[in-house]
Design a protein around this ligand. Structure first.
Ligand code: GLN
Length: 484
């Protein structure tokens, strides 16, 4: 059961071969067995999950079920879920019980899906290895001495180790796609504004976007049908016509024009990863896709631009954690100022503090023009590069990450090396474009992801491109050794 697609799980439930309570219990048992080693979940609440499963079974019996009714999903601990502890991976929110549901949680609840628990993540989604989590690092199920990627590392490990049917994540600079590449599954960051950010704890609001993390493109499509849609409570939610993301899955790829950005195959790309991507390209040629060379001349600036803009937005977003209204409050202080300072000094980890300092600096009156304003201008140029590229092609392909999963601790002392994990993913966030990562093979027994970037709102086509590949390859069905 644990290896089944969402469609098959749905059929098992509809035919009453398995109940949602049984299915949920199967995953809860696996979490009990594997989570002590992997640390994918921060919070599990068997009673709550089983109550939802029971309600789903009643729905199924009454004939009111839809495709995802009764299927157990893991939710990244960045989404507020009513009456669930919602920590965002931080000591600051260690004891925070959300009083309301994020839009994404509401959407899953509305179709009667089961919440299996809240997954581990880098603190406030800042990181590429899940090592900044206050609740400890997450192990990569493919090799427990390595990181799963981040910031959605808990969801990633949960999908890879089959500790859920599928999971949600968020991607500000690569946090769905990079872990998808490092853990060998399919992840999609949608067009900015397609999935509401309401109730999703803010990191960098102009970049944050929620998306599905699942075994296959088809599973991602089914989840997108639930997650996407206009929500007036998020002022950046786009009123895009509701789509069925499964509708185009089986379109032939003949004539598809794929652009290969030369900047994504330059120095810094691991040779083995490059070979995997070349093999995937050959497979796509057999499927009828045509390849053209393109250039994204400003792509190399995406990391410096991101590390001005994202910290700037984070410094503003995180100013709300002052110990007054909610979150951690220092126990001893003499006056209000000291209470603020101590609460924040105790509640935030090192990486979060680093970002707040950078963000405050680049927004300060003396440096605003030199850093923040300049970064905004280059952000525009990066978006223009993509606009020009999409005149030459329908889809862009390349590696998701320059290398495979690295060892725990390997990059913690070198923030710049850590930031470079997202060198191929960040530009799409800056441009607001959708991107996904699809398992494309292995290097030394570690998964490698192929990145697929589409034009605005072209998710259905991207899913089609990924699905066609998954019909002729089986990388996406591979499971880590030692996980049964
Ligand atoms: N790794 C990037 C960072 O640390 C992106 C994180 C994300 O997408 N949430 O900011």
């Amino acid at each position: 059961m644990i290896n089944q697609s969402l469609k098959n799980l749905s059929q098992l439930l509809a035919s009453k071969a398995v109940s949602s309570v049984e299915m949920t219990q199967t995953f809860l048992d696996r979490i009990r067995q594997y989570n002590p080693d992997i640390n994918a979940y921060i919070t599990v609440d068997e009673e709550k999950s089983l109550a939802q499963a029971k309600a789903a079974d009643a729905n199924i019996a009454a004939g009111t079920a839809t495709t995802l009714t009764g299927i157990p999903f893991a939710q990244k601990d960045i989404f507020c879920a009513k009456d669930w502890k919602t920590t965002c991976g931080s000591k600051m929110l260690e004891n925070f019980i959300a009083p309301y549901d994020a839009h994404v949680i509401t959407q899953f609840n509305n179709v009667g899906a089961v919440n299996l628990g809240k997954t581990n993540m880098d603190e406030f989604a800042m990181g590429s290895s899940n090592e900044t989590s206050y609740f400890g690092g997450v192990k990569n199920p493919w090799d427990l001495t390595r990181v799963p990627g981040g910031s959605s590392g808990g969801s990633a490990a949960a999908v890879a180790a089959r500790l859920c049917a599928a999971a949600t994540g968020t991607d500000t600079g690569g946090s769905i796609r990079q872990p998808a590449s490092l853990c060998g599954f399919t992840g999609l960051k949608p067009t900015y504004g397609l999935v509401s950010r309401y109730g999703m704890i803010a990191f960098a609001s102009s970049l944050d976007q929620a998306g599905p993390m699942a075994k296959s493109a088809e599973d991602c499509a089914l989840m997108m049908n639930v997650m996407a849609g206009f929500d007036a409570r998020d002022s950046t939610s786009l009123n895009h016509l509701k789509e069925d993301y499964t509708a185009q899955l089986n379109q032939p790829l003949a004539g598809l024009k794929v652009g290969l950005p030369k900047e994504y195959f330059a120095d810094g790309l691991d040779g083995d990863v490059a070979k995997v991507i070349e093999t995937a390209i050959a497979e796509y040629k057999k499927l009828g896709a045509e390849f053209v060379d393109i250039s994204l001349p400003n792509a190399s600036l995406s990391i410096p631009v991101y590390y001005v803009l994202a910290p700037a937005e984070a410094s503003s977003n995180l100013s709300r954690y002052d110990g007054v209204r909610y979150g951690h409050r220092a126990e001893e202080y003499d006056d209000l100022m000291e209470m603020y300072m101590k609460s924040r000094a105790e509640g935030f980890g090192e990486e979060v503090k680093r970002r707040i300092l950078i963000g405050t600096y680049v927004l300060s009156a003396g440096y605003y023009d030199a850093y923040y304003l300049k970064a905004q201008k280059i952000r525009h140029l990066i978006a223009e590069d993509f606009k020009a590229a999409f005149k030459q092609c329908d889809i862009i392909m390349g590696p998701t990450v320059p290398s495979t999963a690295f060892k725990t601790g390997e990059k913690t002392g070198d923030p710049i090396a850590m930031y470079l994990q997202d060198i191929y993913t960040i530009a799409t966030n800056l441009a607001g474009l959708p991107g996904m990562s699809v398992p494309a093979g292995f290097s030394h027994d570690l998964p490698v992801g192929l990145q697929i970037i589409g034009n605005y709102f072209d998710e259905a086509r991207m899913l089609n491109v990924a699905h066609a590949y998954q019909q002729v390859t089986d990388w996406h069905t591979a499971m880590p050794k030692g996980i049964a």
